[in-house]
Design a binder for this molecule. Structure first.
Ligand SMILES: *Cc1c(COP(=O)(O)O)cnc(C)c1O
Length: 494
């Protein structure tokens, strides 16, 4: 089957130069595809080819078949963007049709889109970051620590209504310190959401502790209360009660805290809230990242606001946050010389990067609105694709839609997702599968795992049928149109 967008630029060899010029004008792609009666591709005709034919004084009622002697430069269905770009450069052309096994054109790649990659989630600076960084230079506060670190901590804590915050050099470092502060020691058990980025879980291993993974639920894509309850019953039987549970808020949306927290409370286990992806979100009018005894944000380059790299540990317990600051600066004791009685880390955020963070924090509410608008446009423009099921946002939840994600609701979804991702990638559009769950990661092979229901592994299903689309707050309307066009095309071709 030839998709409609491609069909519109396909012509038979019997079409005249005049008709071809007209079609070229109407379709405005700068190229036509001459197809044989079996719809296989015979050659391509560019604007330039037609112009040269006219300049050569060929009558305008000449059929295109006079041009036929030229094998087209094409790419196969498996070609990626870099292979296509190499072809364009080699042959000094700006369009490459993609052909299927039967030689029929199924897609068209242009040099223009290859030169403008669309990212999944790219940094988006506001107006004030440069001034804060400039200030750090002017005052020579380039060293770690300094007024911007204190300012960023204070401003973020106020912004989300949490008592105290410690600025660190990554979200992963913040989770590591969070576990230590929850008293995790070698041999302990720590529960963690299975559907997450690996940075949620590796700090458990840094502590010498043993992870247990808890599946997601379909309504929120976050930790399943049913699975958590079963895991805790198991842990009690085994005499392996977890020191704490890491609850992750995925893709900008809080977990269902009213269901999860009472369970943790009943069993007397602490909660570390991994809000790396949910800064700016809320749950029942309370900010995401204020539910755990300890909570963590990340300012990695792809997050909703960024310091190019960084993290924050928050708690209402001031002593605990003070301890985080000490541990993050090599655990120096207060003494003129360097005195150490315990093992610390070099995890502090620098004053320069904290300056970027202060600027970014000012635009956070805007960034949330922009990401939500991106999601809304995907949802409304792709509404006629019933196979596409968006990540739900249940009543009471307000997601930032950090990433716009959907699952394909059809048999054979894994193979189809793979084809969609390949199609987007060859148009220089960065889309990704939903996080590969931790119980499926080789590094965690053999780790105990509790699925949502005995016969329903939700995170495995979301991984195999889910896709995250470009969602940046600086995604332009044109760029999003490109994503929508190619996604529509790919889904309709399934
Ligand atoms: C990004 C992320 C982290 C790690 O944060 P870094 O700042 O990259 O170390 C942890 N957990 C989740 C869920 C994340 O998305």
């Amino acid at each position: 089957m030839i998709p409609a967008e491609i069909q519109s630029i396909c012509v038979l060899p019997t079409v005249t130069l005049r008709e071809a010029l007209l079609r070229m004008d109407q379709t405005a792609r700068g190229i036509l595809l001459i197809v044989r009666s079996d719809t296989s591709l015979a050659r391509t005709v560019t604007d330039g080819d037609l112009r040269r034919a006219i300049l050569d004084h060929l009558p305008t009622d000449t059929p295109l078949s006079v041009l036929l002697e030229q094998a087209p430069i094409t790419a196969g269905d498996e070609a990626d963007a870099s292979a296509v770009l190499a072809l364009m450069n080699l042959h000094q052309i700006d369009h490459v049709p993609v052909v299927n096994m039967a030689g029929q054109p199924v897609d068209l790649i242009t040099r223009r889109e290859l030169s403008q990659r669309i990212w999944l989630s790219s940094p988006h600076l506001g107006a004030e970051e440069a001034a804060f960084v400039d200030d750090a230079f002017k005052t020579n506060w380039i060293a770690p620590l300094g007024p911007h670190v204190d300012g960023f901590e204070r401003e973020l804590a106020v912004h989300v209504s949490m008592g105290h915050a410690a600025a660190l050099n990554s979200g992963t470092a913040a989770i590591h310190l969070g576990l230590i502060l929850q008293g995790v020691v070698p041999g302990d058990t720590v529960f963690c959401s299975s559907l997450t980025f690996v940075g949620s879980a590796t700090p458990i291993l840094y502590c010498g502790a043993r992870p247990v993974f808890i599946d997601a639920e379909p309504q929120t894509w976050n930790m399943s209360p049913t699975a958590l309850e079963r895991a805790l019953e198991w842990a009690r039987r085994e005499g392996r009660m977890p020191r704490c549970v890491i609850i992750v808020n995925l893709y900008g949306q809080s977990a269902d805290m009213d269901a999860l927290l009472p369970i943790c409370q009943r069993y007397g286990v602490g909660v570390l809230e991994d809000a790396a992806e949910s800064l700016g979100a809320s749950y029942k009018n309370k900010n995401s990242g204020t539910f755990g005894h300890v909570a963590v944000y990340s300012f990695n380059g792809n997050k909703i606001i960024t310091t190019s790299g960084g993290g924050m540990l928050l708690s209402n317990d001031g002593d605990l946050v003070a301890r985080a600051r000490k541990l993050s600066t090599q655990a120096r004791e207060p003494a003129r010389h360097y005195e150490h009685t315990e093992v610390g880390f070099n995890y502090r955020m620098s004053n320069v990067l904290a300056g970027i963070g202060r600027g970014q924090l000012k635009v956070l509410p805007q960034r949330v609105e922009q990401r939500r608008a991106v999601f809304k446009r995907y949802q409304s423009e792709l509404a006629d694709l019933p196979q596409v099921k968006w990540m739900p946002e249940p009543p009471g939840f307000r997601s930032t839609r950090w990433l716009s994600c959907f699952t394909l609701d059809m048999p054979d979804a894994p193979a189809l997702c793979d084809r969609i991702l390949k199609t987007l990638e060859r148009h220089q559009i960065e889309a990704r599968p939903v996080w590969k769950p931790m119980q499926m990661q080789p590094v965690f092979a053999g780790t105990p795992y509790f699925s949502h229901l005995a016969d329903h592994d939700v995170s495995a299903r979301l991984f195999s049928s889910g896709i995250c689309l470009p969602s940046g707050s600086n995604l332009s309307e044109d760029q999003q149109s490109r994503v929508i066009e190619h996604l529509c095309h790919a889904v309709k071709m399934l």
